[in-house]
Design a protein around this ligand. Structure first.
Ligand code: PGA
Length: 252
């Protein structure tokens, strides 16, 4: 299975800049054996899709979704609406949404299940805070987050989700988690998946790392067993830097 690297633009780039980013990125040389996604703000999905045309690289990833198909849910966006833009991935449970918007494990689980029904792969984000790590609660926190988030997913012969391990203290801090330490967390997550879905999916599921990943440190993550890719915030905002990061991850 290819490694997977997803750019997470967060709340950057409206339609005009999103279109320009995609056009610039498409001009870059990219490794063939790498899956690449871009998580763009909802209002920029149409522009990103227009600049992509029928191209599937990078794959379009949404940053948020609501779990109902339609209805009186002002401001929300349904999985079927994302499908109209050719979205194939969607982040759920990102720590910034947990922190600023009150997203809980239960909401994350509902979103993940609704995405699966619509044929979109949820990218379930989990990770401990600095205080939790200091209290040695890392394992119990990520175990709980993962078990709850995937509870309503059905493995239908293949892994129905990607899991992103993102220690909160490493996000946007310039303090990346040491790859060996990240691997320990990935192993915990893989065990939870194994108990839920069996040994084959335990091996197959992609568990990616996020938190201050750059073109300089990506190689160390990609060469650590059990780390299957990366979720990249700050270092994805410049299309050329992000392309360089992709080339540093996997030889072109
Ligand atoms: P960062 O963000 O790469 O800027 O640390 C990662 C993320 O939040 O997905």
């Amino acid at each position: 299975m290819n490694k997977l690297i997803i750019a997470n633009w967060k709340m950057y780039y409206g339609p005009v800049k999103a279109g320009a980013w995609v056009r610039a990125f498409r001009r870059e040389r990219l490794p063939k054996d790498l899956d690449i996604g871009i998580a763009v703000p909802s209002v920029s999905l149409a522009a990103a899709r227009a600049s992509l045309g029928r191209a599937t690289i990078p794959a379009l990833c949404a940053q948020n979704v609501f779990w109902e198909k339609e209805g009186a849910y002002t401001g929300e966006i349904s999985p079927t609406m994302l499908v109209e833009f050719g979205v194939s991935l969607c982040l759920v449970g990102h720590s910034e949404r947990r922190r600023y918007l009150g997203e809980t494990d239960d909401m994350t689980a509902k979103k993940a299940a609704a995405l699966q029904k619509a044929g979109i792969v949820p990218v379930v984000c989990v990770g401990e805070t600095e205080v939790e790590r200091k209290k040695k609660q890392t394992k119990s926190i990520i175990k709980k987050q993962v078990a709850k988030a995937v509870a309503d997913l059905k493995p239908d012969g293949r892994a129905p989700a990607v899991i992103a391990y993102e220690p909160v203290w490493a996000i946007g801090s310039g303090k990346p988690c040491d790859p060996v330490m990240a691997k320990e967390a990935h192993d915990v997550i893989r065990d939870v998946i194994g108990s839920a879905w069996g040994p084959r999916i335990k091996d197959e599921i992609r568990i990616i790392y996020g938190g201050s990943v750059t073109d300089r440190n990506i190689h160390a993550y990609m060469t650590t067993t059990g780390i299957d890719g990366a979720l990249v915030g700050g270092a994805s905002l410049d299309p050329r830097t992000f392309a360089l990061l992709c080339r540093s991850a996997v030889p072109a």
